[in-house]
Design a protein around this ligand. Structure first.
Ligand SMILES: NC(=O)c1ccc[n+]([C@@H]2O[C@H](COP(=O)([O-])OP(=O)(O)OC[C@H]3O[C@@H](n4cnc5c(N)ncnc54)[C@H](OP(=O)(O)O)[C@@H]3O)[C@@H](O)[C@H]2O)c1
Length: 224
């Protein structure tokens, strides 16, 4: 029997995309914690209805209570997040520069510089940024998943940073082995979580497959 602990998914933003991702992750069996701009009690009231089973936490506490962190806040507000706490985490950026919503943000106005590179540069160097899901509408995130091998599966674009290999040390300079990646940080292991508000009920919806990067049949999604 495997004793591998599944990563805890932390989501900044309890809006349209954050809730859709939360429900997918819950259905796939993950522990999900969500922070919104309000306090955890307010977020908990919302989650009881829109993502039962997800746990509400305060924004400042989320990095220490999750392994994988999803940025699902309006891009104009991402610098309000406790970015320093994202060190060592896998960070999933689903945000877009969407002027009708965000206004025209000068730091994201350079068409030659994707928004995710601005986000990456704002994160600690040990955060590993993954850009995905931003090309789907929130409704599509939940409508498109299909079981493996289903011919109607949709493609999901994924781009990410890779750890920079350390230069070989004198002791290892005669070998050709590549430098292994550092182990993923596990901030939640063995940790109690007093700030977590857990909604009372659990999801009764049928499990569904989360979108996968290995899917094949591509269909365009709207970008929001
Ligand atoms: N909507 C889509 O279909 C879709 C699809 C893919 C990607 N995206 C991208 O995802 C991002 C979010 O879009 P959305 O449509 O989900 O937005 P939304 O429905 O307006 O939700 C945004 C959420 O972020 C929260 N938030 C704002 N500032 C915060 C902060 N400092 N700390 C914690 N939470 C904060 C908001 O909380 P309050 O309400 O309490 O302020 C709200 O729960 C955007 O960049 C968008 O381009 C959207």
């Amino acid at each position: 029997m495997s004793t591998t602990r599944r990563p805890v998914i932390g989501i900044f933003g309890a809006g349209k995309s954050g809730v859709a991702i939360a429900r997918l992750a819950l259905d796939a069996g993950y522990t999900v914690r969500i922070a919104s701009s309000g306090n955890a009690d307010d977020t908990d009231q919302l989650l009881r209805f829109v993502a039962p089973g997800a746990e509400a936490v305060d924004t400042r506490d989320l990095p220490a209570l999750a392994d994988v962190l999803v940025l699902a806040v309006p891009l104009r507000r991402f610098r309000e997040l406790p970015l320093h706490g994202l060190a060592g985490h896998i960070v999933i950026d689903v945000m877009n520069h969407w002027p009708p919503i965000d206004g025209l943000l000068p730091e994201f106005a350079d068409a030659g510089r994707p928004s995710s590179t601005v986000v990456r540069d704002a994160l600690p160097s040990t955060a590993r940024l993954v850009k995905t899901l931003n090309h789907l509408g929130y409704h599509q995130m939940e409508d498109l998943p299909r079981p493996p091998a289903d011919p109607d599966r949709a493609a999901l674009a994924i781009a990410g940073t890779t750890p920079t290999p350390s230069p070989p040390s004198p002791a290892s300079s005669t070998t050709s082995a590549s430098t292994p990646s550092p182990p993923a940080r596990s901030p939640t292991a063995g940790r109690s979580s007093p700030k977590v508000r857990s909604s009372a009920s659990t999801s009764t919806r049928a499990p569904c497959a989360a979108p996968s990067g290995s899917t094949t049949a591509g269909r365009p999604g709207s970008v929001r």
